[in-house]
Design a protein around this ligand. Sequence first.
Ligand code: AMP
Ligand code: ZN
Length: 138
Amino acid sequence: MRKDDCIFCKIAAGEIPSTTIYEDDLHRVFFDIAPGSEGHCLIVPKNHYDDIFDMDEKAGADLFALATKVAKALKEVTGCEGMNIVQNNGSIAGQTVFHFHMHLIPRYTGDTVNVGWVPGEADMDKLSEMADKVRKAM
Ligand code: AMP
Ligand code: ZN
């Protein structure tokens, strides 16, 4: 499964160069070309999925299993103090490349990475109602 004119399909297939850290039958892991911090890399499935809503659970499970391995190796090599895992779905959420990918962003004291939101106030009744609805939709 690949999509014409998708840059990450081309990178995953090795048709466009990337600084590849790791590759297997299902994934390619490479450094982000515009890193937020030292070691910022992307995990990309070789199959094309636009986003998480387009992806099957097995592909997600395989990818996250690999992410746990890469995260530990990246921490060991960079000496980072922590790491954000960011995965944007839809332009509203900041997605700019519409082929599913997961960002691993090592964190260092004094870095300029900004992953955040303004904390709101929870309405417990609404949360319970939504929890029921989501559970039923699963
Ligand atoms: P997102 O905003 O979550 O869709 O992230 C897309 C990411 O892909 C950005 O961080 C870009 O810097 C990165 N990116 C785009 N083109 C390339 C490329 N050719 N090689 C490596 N990273 C890329
Ligand atoms: Zn693609």
